[in-house]
Design a protein around this ligand. Structure first.
Ligand SMILES: Nc1ncnc2c1ncn2[C@@H]1O[C@H](COP(=O)(O)OP(=O)(O)OP(=O)(O)O)[C@@H](O)[C@H]1O
Length: 832
C-alpha cells in the first residue's frame, strides 16, 4: 500500500505544475533538534496576519501577556506572494501512532518553474522578517537579582511594560537625535564589532539630579531597541563570583542597569583618599584586597563584569550606570572605553519644557512661553519631574499650570542666586520668624551702612522689567544682616506681585506685620495690590478691611482686583461704598469701572461714568480718554467714541490704535485709513497691534489694494514680522472678496501651521464662493485635529466636502460628528 502511495505521489509530482517543500518542527529522525526554519515560518505567518487568507486559525495568549498569537489550524492553508509569485503554506499536524505526541510541519507550495529563482531568496526573506517580528513582538521582561546569583537563576522577572519612549521623553532635540543615532548604530553594529575585534556591548553613564529622567531614559532606550532590562542591585550581590554568575545568566539584547553607582557600593572616589589613609597608617593590604578577602564585590570585580574577559559572554548588551553626582564615581569606572557615552540629564531647557507642555497639556504655544524662556535663561532650574508634576496637578487649567511653572522657576532663580541651601531658602521664603534675628536699623545706620549702595541698586531693580532681580538683592541684603525698612517693603511686595510669587509675598507680608509696618498705608496699599494682581482677592479684601486708613489708592486697588477676578458687581458695590466714605475716585478708579462696564456690556453704566467725569470736571488724561472711547466703541456708539477721541488733548499710540480698531469694526475702512495716515503724520510709529487694526479695517471693508499695501509696509518699512493675527486679517480679506487662491497663498507662506480661526475663515470662503482649489495640505483635516470638539468645524468641513462633490467624505464627517455627540450651536443675534 505504501509503495502504491509513493508511486501515486511521484506521478502527481511529475504532472503537477507546483513543487512542495516539507519543513518539519524537528530535525532528524529522533526529533530532538529544533528546526529553526519551522519556528521562523510560524513567526512569519504571524507577522503577515494570515486571518485575511486563512479560514481557520488557532488563537493563543500566554499568561500575563497582552498579545494574541495565532497559528494556522491543522491542515489549513495560508496564501502569500513574493516578488509577484503566488505561494502557499499548509500546516500539517499528525498524531504519532501509540503516542500522545504530535508531528507538526509546514509545507510550502510554489510554482515549479520558479523554484530555482524564488526558493532561497523567499526563505531568507521569511527568516529575516521572522527575526524582526520576534524582536518587536516578544514579551520583554524586567529582571532583578534575588540575592541567589550563584544558583541556576539569580534573576526574578516581571513583564516589562514601561510606557516611556524616546518620543514621549522631553529632551533637548540635539541630545535626542544623538541618542537615537547612537542606539541605532549599536543595534545594527554586529558586523562592525566583530570586524574590529570588540565585544558587542556599549556602556552608558547617565548622570543628573533626582527627577532628571535617568530611569525614564533607560526605559525609553529599552523600548526603542526592544531589549530586556536587568536591574542589578549590587548591594544584594555577595561577591565577585556571584556577580559573574549573574552576568552569564543575562540574555542577549538586554540593558543591564546599575543605578546610583556611587551609593551602591564603596567604590566611589573616596577610595583614593581611603587608600592613602590606609597607607599612612602603615596598613599593607589595601581596601579592595580586604574586601575581596572578606568576600565582597570589589571594583576590579565590577570592571571585570563590565569590561573584562567575562563581559564578552553574550552579545548586544548595553550596561548603564546612573548617578546623581558624576564626580563621586570612581574615575576607573567611567574612563573612556568603559563608559562609551556620558549623558548629562539636568534641569529642563526650553525645548524640553515645550515638549513636556505638549505631552501633558496638548499646548503648542502659550503667552507665558517667553516668560519661561527668560526665567530659564536667567538661571531658573526645574527638573522634568518637577515640571511634569505641576502640569499634571493643574491639567484642567492650562493657564494655572503655566503660572505655577513660572512661579516655581522664579523661586528657583532666587535660590540659585543666593547660593544657599534649601533650608536657608525655606527660612527666607517661608518662615518669617527669621526676621527676629535681624536688627532693625535706624535711618542714620541705613545711610552710613555698607549696604547703602546695595539698597539704592535694589530700588533700581525694583523698577526694572525683571523685578525678580530686586527680590534676589533683597534676599542678599538680608543675608548681610541689613534689615528692610518701610520704604523697602513696598518694593519687595510689588516685585512679588509682578512675579506672581504669592508664597514669598505672604512671607514678606508676615515680616511687615512683625516689623510693625503693616499699618503704614503705603505698605498696606502695596500688599492689597499684590494680592489683587495675584488673583488672591480674598486676601486683598482682608488687607483692605484691616487698614486703619484708606485712601483713593486703596479703594482703586480693591476695585481693580475685583474686576480682574470677574467680580464686576462687587466692584461696583465697593465703588458705592467709596462714594459714601467720601473718597473721590481718580482716573485709575474710573478706568477700572469702565472696564467693568465693558465686561458687563452695560452702556448705561459707561455713560454715567462719562457724566461723572464731565460733572466733576475730571481731567480726561490719556488712559481715561482711551478707556472711554474703547467703551463707546465696544458698545457700538462710534460717534460718541469719535467725539471723545477729538476732545482728548493728549493721545498715545494706544489711543490711535483703539480708534482705528473701532472704525474698522464699524465698517469705516476709509476713515480708518485716513486716521492711520494722520497718526503717522503726528509722529507715532505704528506697532504690530496698530497694523492688526488697519489690516482688519481693510478686511472688513474689502480693501484689497490697501490691505496688500499695509502688509507690505509693515514687513518692509517697519520691519515687523507678521503674526497669526496679521495673516488672519489677510486670509479674511482675500476670502471675503472670493480671492481664494490668494488666501491660500498666504496660508502656504506662513512659517507655522495656521490656527483654527484662519482655517475656518479660509474654508468658509471656499464654501461661500463655491471654489475648491488644489491644496498641498488637507486643511479640513488640520482644522479637525486642532479643534476636534467643536461641532461647527465638522459642519463646515462637511459643507466644503459637499461643495467639492466628495459626498462620501461629507457623509463620513456627519456620521463622525453624530458619533461624537457634537452639535453646532445655532447662530443668533441680540437686539438690545
Ligand atoms: N525628560 C523627561 N520627559 C518626560 N518626563 C520626565 C522626564 N524626566 C523625568 N520625567 C518624569 O519625572 C518622573 C521621575 O523621573 P525619573 O525617575 O526617570 O528620574 P530619575 O532621574 O531617574 O530620578 P532618581 O534619580 O530619583 O531615580 C517620572 O515620572 C518621569 O515621567
Amino acid at each position: 500500500l505504501s509503495l502504491l502511495h509513493s508511486i501515486y505521489e511521484s506521478l502527481q509530482d511529475l504532472f503537477s505544475p507546483y513543487t512542495y517543500f516539507e519543513i518539519p518542527e524537528f530535525n532528524g529522525y529522533c526529533g530532538v533538534d529544533i528546526n529553526d526554519l519551522y519556528h521562523h515560518v510560524n513567526l512569519y505567518l504571524n507577522s503577515i496576519d494570515p486571518s485575511a487568507t486563512c479560514r481557520r486559525l488557532t488563537l493563543t495568549r500566554s499568561k500575563a501577556s497582552t498579545r494574541i498569537t495565532f497559528t494556522v489550524a491543522p491542515n489549513h492553508t495560508v496564501h502569500d506572494s513574493f516578488n509577484s509569485h503566488r505561494l502557499s503554506w499548509t500546516h500539517h499536524v499528525d498524531t504519532v501512532q501509540d503516542s500522545l505526541d504530535e508531528k507538526r510541519s509546514f509545507s510550502l507550495k510554489l510554482p515549479k518553474r520558479f523554484r530555482q529563482t524564488v526558493l532561497t531568496s523567499y526563505l531568507d526573506f521569511v527568516s529575516a522578517r521572522a527575526q524582526v517580528f520576534e524582536r518587536v513582538s516578544r514579551e520583554r521582561r524586567l529582571y532583578t537579582n534575588n540575592g541567589h546569583g550563584s544558583y541556576e537563576s539569580g534573576w526574578v522577572s516581571v513583564p516589562f511594560r514601561h510606557p516611556s519612549t524616546l518620543d514621549t521623553l522631553a529632551l533637548e532635540p540635539g541630545l535626542k537625535e544623538q541618542l537615537t543615532q547612537d542606539l541605532t548604530a549599536f543595534a545594527n553594529g554586529k558586523e562592525f564589532y566583530h570586524r574590529i575585534g570588540r565585544s558587542w556591548k556599549r556602556g552608558y553613564l547617565l548622570y543628573g539630579p533626582p527627577g532628571s529622567g535617568k530611569s525614564s531614559l533607560i526605559a525609553a532606550m529599552a523600548n526603542f531597541l526592544c531589549y530586556d532590562v536587568y536591574d542589578l542591585e549590587l548591594t544584594k550581590v555577595s561577591d565577585n563570583s556571584e556577580l559573574r554568575a549573574l552576568l552569564i545568566q543575562t540574555s542577549n539584547r538586554s540593558i543591564i542597569v546599575i543605578e546610583d553607582i556611587d551609593c551602591s557600593l564603596d567604590l566611589t572616589t573616596d577610595r583614593l583618599s581611603k587608600s592613602k589613609k590606609s597607607k599612612s597608617s602603615h596598613t599593607h593590604s589595601n581596601g579592595s584586597d580586604r574586601r575581596e578577602e572578606t568576600g565582597q564585590v570589589t571594583l576590579s570585580g565590577l570592571l571585570n563584569f563590565t569590561d573584562g574577559l567575562w563581559s564578552c559572554c553574550g552579545e548586544e548588551r548595553i550596561i548603564v550606570f546612573t548617578t546623581n553626582h558624576r564626580d563621586n564615581v570612581d574615575p576607573a569606572l567611567v574612563r573612556s572605553g568603559r563608559m562609551d557615552v556620558h549623558v548629562r540629564l539636568g534641569t529642563c531647557g526650553i525645548h524640553a519644557f515645550k515638549a513636556l507642555v505638549l505631552n501633558y497639556l496638548g499646548l503648542e504655544s502659550h503667552e507665558l512661553f517667553d516668560m519661561v524662556e527668560s526665567c530659564i535663561r536667567s538661571g531658573g532650574a526645574l527638573t522634568p519631574a518637577e515640571i511634569g508634576e505641576m502640569l499634571l496637578r493643574n491639567k484642567r487649567d492650562v493657564d494655572m499650570a503655566m503660572r505655577a511653572v513660572v512661579t516655581a522657576l522664579q523661586a528657583s532663580m532666587l535660590r540659585v542666586d543666593r547660593d544657599l541651601t534649601d533650608q536657608d531658602t525655606d527660612d527666607f521664603v517661608r518662615i518669617p520668624e527669621v526676621i527676629d534675628r535681624l536688627v532693625l536699623s535706624s535711618p542714620e545706620a541705613y545711610d552710613s551702612s555698607p549696604g547703602k549702595k546695595k539698597k539704592m541698586k535694589f530700588l533700581e531693580y525694583a523698577k526694572s522689567p525683571n523685578p525678580v532681580e530686586a527680590l534676589k538683592l533683597f534676599s542678599k541684603l538680608r543675608g548681610m544682616g541689613i534689615s528692610p525698612d518701610k520704604f523697602t517693603y513696598p518694593f519687595v511686595v510689588k516685585a512679588c506681585g509682578s512675579c506672581s510669587l504669592i508664597g514669598e509675598g505672604r512671607a514678606v507680608h508676615c515680616m511687615t506685620v512683625k516689623a510693625g509696618f503693616v499699618s503704614d498705608h503705603y505698605v498696606g496699599n502695596t500688599l492689597l495690590n499684590m494680592y489683587a494682581v495675584c488673583a488672591e482677592i480674598g486676601l486683598s479684601r482682608l488687607v483692605f478691611d484691616e487698614m486703619p486708613e484708606r485712601d483713593v489708592v486703596s479703594w482703586s486697588s480693591l476695585i481693580g482686583g475685583l474686576i480682574n477676578c470677574n467680580r464686576e458687581r462687587e466692584a461696583i458695590a465697593v465703588f458705592r461704598q467709596m462714594n459714601v466714605a467720601n473718597v473721590k475716585p481718580n482716573s485709575i478708579t474710573l478706568v477700572s469701572l469702565l472696564c467693568a462696564s465693558n465686561q458687563l456690556g452695560c452702556l448705561e453704566m459707561g455713560k454715567s461714568i462719562h457724566s461723572h467725569v464731565i460733572v466733576n470736571d475730571i481731567e480726561l488724561d490719556v488712559s481715561l480718554g482711551t478707556a472711554l472711547l474703547d467703551m463707546y466703541s465696544q458698545c457700538g456708539e462710534i460717534d460718541n467714541a469719535i467725539q471723545v477721541f477729538c476732545s482728548m488733548s493728549e493721545k498715545n499710540l494706544k489711543t490711535w490704535t483703539v480708534m482705528i480698531c473701532s472704525l474698522a469694526y464699524h465698517g469705516r475702512g476709509d476713515d480708518a485709513i485716513s486716521l492711520f495716515a494722520q497718526m503717522e503724520k503726528d509722529g507715532f510709529k505704528p506697532d504690530s497691534v496698530s497694523f492688526t487694526a488697519i489690516l482688519s479695517a481693510c478686511s472688513h471693508s474689502c480693501l484689497v489694494r490697501d490691505g496688500n499695501k499695509y502688509f507690505d509696509r509693515m514687513v518692509n518699512v517697519y520691519n515687523i514680522s507678521p503674526t497669526m493675527e496679521h495673516y488672519g486679517c489677510m486670509v479674511d480679506l482675500f476670502g471675503r472678496v472670493g480671492m481664494v487662491e490668494d488666501a491660500y497663498e498666504i496660508i502656504r507662506n506662513m512659517p507655522t501651521d495656521p490656527n483654527s480661526v484662519i482655517l475656518r475663515s479660509f474654508l468658509s470662503a471656499c464654501r461661500i464662493h463655491g471654489k475648491i482649489i488644489q491644496l498641498n495640505k488637507n486643511l479640513t483635516k488640520l482644522l479637525l485635529e486642532i479643534q476636534p470638539s467643536l461641532g461647527a468645524n465638522y459642519v463646515l468641513a462637511a459643507n466644503v466636502s459637499a461643495v467639492s462633490g466628495q459626498w462620501d467624505d461629507e457623509a463620513k464627517l456627519r456620521i463622525s460628528m453624530k458619533e461624537k455627540g457634537l452639535k453646532k450651536s445655532p447662530g443668533c443675534s441680540w437686539v438690545v
